[in-house]
Each structure stands twice: as C-alpha cells, then as structure tokens.
Design a binder for this molecule. Sequence first.
Ligand code: SAH
Length: 513
Amino acid sequence: MSKKRNGKVYLVGAGPGDPGLITVRGKFLLERAEVVVYDYLASPKLLKHVPKDAELIYAGKKGGVKHTHTQEEINQMLVNWAETGKNVVRLKGGDPFIFGRGGEEVEVLSKSGVDFEVVPGVTSATAAATYAGIPITHREYTASVAFLTGHEDPTKPDSNIDWAKLATGAGTLVVYMGIKNLPIIVENLVAHGRDPETPVAVVRWASTPEQRSVVGTLETITDIVRESGIKPPALIIVGEVVKLRKTIDWFEKRPLFGKRIVVTRTREQASDLMAGLEENGGNCLEFSTIKIEHVDSYEVLDEELERLEEYHWILFTSLNGVKYFFERLYAKGMDARSMKGPGIAAVGKATADLLLEYGVRADLLPAVFTGEGLAETLLDQGVEGRNVLIPRAEKAREILPETLRGAGAQVTVAPVYKNVAPEGKREQLREELESGKVDMVTFTSSSTVRNFLSMVDAGNGSELKRLMHEVTIAAIGPITAKTVTDNGLQVDIQPESHTIPDLVHAIVEFYSK
Ligand code: SAH
C-alpha cells in the first residue's frame, strides 16, 4: 500500500489590503494551493491567484462580533485538511504573527504533527503609516515604535499592557483594534504622562481605495473620530511623526483618490482602463461584459437543420453566431458537409475567418462590415423569393431580417445564443447609483453603453436620467459619445485621441481642475 501524501499548511500574510502588497512567496503559494482558508481582512482580490478547483473557505471574523468560525474550529479545520494530504494556505490579513492569532494556529499544527511554514506579510501598522504619509520612525522625531492592541480593556487590572510604561516609553505608538476603546486609550496615555497635544492619526482601510484618515491630538481625536464616523478596521498612530503627514501625504492626494468610477470591461480592452484609473487612485467598480450562454431551446435551429438544403443563404452576423451554430450542428451528428447547398455570408472578416476554422469558406462579405452593409450587399444579389437563415443572438437588431423581408426574402431567424448580464454586479451597480456613490461612468465603445443600460435596467429614460443626474460621463470617442446622447444622457469628457491612455489622461485632467 502506498503511503499517504503528507499535507502542509502555509500560514501566509496577505498584506494590509492592497492585493499588490502580498509577498512573491505568498503569491507563489496561493497559485499552488488546494485549500485556502481566508479572513475578513485578507483582500478577496488575492483569490484570483488560486487555482479554479481549489477549495475556498471563508473563516470570517469581523470586528470580533460575528465570528463565522471560532478560533478552535479554524485550528481544527487546518489540521483536518492537512491530514487529507492537501496543500493548505491559511491566508491572514497583514502579518500572521502580529495580532493575528497566527501563533496559536501554528502551535496547534505543531502539536498535531502537521508540517507548516509561515510567510510574513506587510502589517497594517506600517502600511497605514506609509499610505497616510507618516514615516513611522524619523531621525528628528522618534527612534522607537511600539505596536499594541487596543482590544483589551485598559482599565482591567490584569491587562497585558503596561500603559504607565508605554505612554512615554516609545516615540511612536501604533494601536491595532483600538477604535472601540479609543476614549479610554487616550485617557490612559495622558494620565500616564503623554502630552495631550501629541498628534494622533486614525487610518481606516489603509492601502485600499476606501482608505480614510483623520488627524487630531490626544485631546481632540476621540471627538474627531466620532464625528467623522470612522469605524473598524482602523489603526491609531500616536506620535510627533504624524505631523509629517502635512508634507508627505501622497496616497490620498492622487488625482482620482476617492472617486468611484464605473468601468465596463470588454473582451478587447481587458482591464487597461481599470489599471490606468487605479494607478491614479481611482476606486473602480468593474462589471464584466455580458455573459454569453446557450439559448434555452434550439427548437427553431433544429428544425431548420433538417432542411438546410432548401436554403439559399445562411448569414453569420457574429462570432458567437458561428460558434454556437456549429456546436449545435455537431451535437446533431452533422458537420460542414451539410452546408454545401446554401451560400454562406459573413458580416465581417473576423466572422469569415472563424467560419474557415470550422471548414467553411464564406462566399460573400459586405464592403462595410455591419448588418446594414450585409443587407445591402445581399440586395445587390437579388433576394426575392430566396430562403435565408440567420443563426444569431436571441436579442439583436432587426435591421438585417427586416430589410431582407422587405425585399421579398423568406427569412428565418434562429436564436443560437443569448446575452446575459451577470446578476450580482447589477444589483451592486444599481444600489451604488441609487445611493449617489458613483462619481463617474466610463464608456469605451457603444456596446459598453448598451451593456450599462441593460445593467441599470432603465426601461424608461426618466429613471436613467434620475440615476445618472449627478454622474459624470466619459466616452472614448464620437461614436461611443453618440450612443450615449442617443440614449438621452450627456457626455462630459471625451479625449481628443480615442485611446485608453488618452481617456485616462482626460479623466485625470478633469478631476485635477
Ligand atoms: N495581522 C494583522 C492584524 C490583525 S488584528 C496585521 O498584521 O495587520 C486586526 C486589526 O488590524 C484591525 O482591528 C485594525 O486595527 C488593523 N487593520 C488590519 N488591516 C487594516 C487596514 N487595512 N487598515 C487599518 N487597520 C487595519
């Protein structure tokens, strides 16, 4: 009998929030993980590195209130998975050994004889300081820094924290988990001799587009935090170095910082636009192109496939039309030989190229690669009394079939695929528009405009106008802009050259004014 493969648990620091701040080693391990157990504070964006078939387990833990799993359950889960021989990544926010109970987790692993490794991470204290423009140490201000937890009740007699020593013992203090106890913490520091004028910064969601910082002194910070509504997760940074933020603040000063920008991702552009906006501090809400799916029923096509030889023309108006047509043809046990009767027309070069991959050469290509262009070219051929089959999307423009019918052709439209908008993001988009969170919507093609319209589900124009009332619109070029205005909206930004970098530049200029 072969010996069972031994599993291993990698305790990996995810970094403070920005998914770019994980270590190279951490990413390497995520890419090879079979099981990932991750926390509330570990950026969910990191999960894109994990293989598709890996098991993803959310371990929760939000502000200590609603624990999805208890610490004991998590410890046991790690042991169990390792014992099944799996490669387990335990992904923890920041650094696993800084207030993350990582020590306890590996103690259990060690006692259970499970192999493990620990990968450090950028802890939120240094990230918060850096991203708030506060050098955590500085020759002129402080030579020491202490990290402490504010989770403990500082008034309890058996507190692990010696406030008397800490209050003046280190130049810079960084308090994790201290928002709830902030009033007691500052009181203690002052009571034990720290100058009430000492500057204090509180930084929430450090290194993410949602970062928020406020600054005050030991005397004023409690009121400032309460008034600004800052909630966990946040860090408290106490010390003279906080003064430097005035000159060094860089992250929150980027031109698009705090701007919520909607980006429709299309296949062609991948995410260049998002990357460009995010480089400038933009907080992008991305929704991906409408998904393509099979139609619910192939009834029409199936019937027509039986009598393909009666057709004079088959018109392919999209790549997906070709793909799904052939899929069905093959599923019926047929192949390209069944198509030797009718003439084959493609709307454009790409569609014709794809047809060739399925073994069929297009007989006809229009001069202009549009539905109108194809209709015109066919009309030149004379279509009266001709049988025409159009395998295409369930919902599409009717201009082609209507023009041909008008000229006396017998046209059958066979739906072979459909466009579906991803549901989850649609709700988020609606909600963010509704609550006024969205600053800008970008459009990089007419199809992104249509996509967006279908996502906000604006059946009537007044609803759309209401939702978009305060939202800035950026369009990449005149055709896209025309689609926007045709739908009753106004374009505020349009770059002179119609490229993604130029669009990014125009948006940055707009907000820098
Ligand atoms: N191991 C983590 C800390 C876990 S304790 C690390 O090394 O960073 C949880 C606390 O960390 C939170 O209550 C908050 O004080 C702090 N924290 C974690 N991520 C943060 C972030 N992005 N911004 C501000 N504070 C953060």
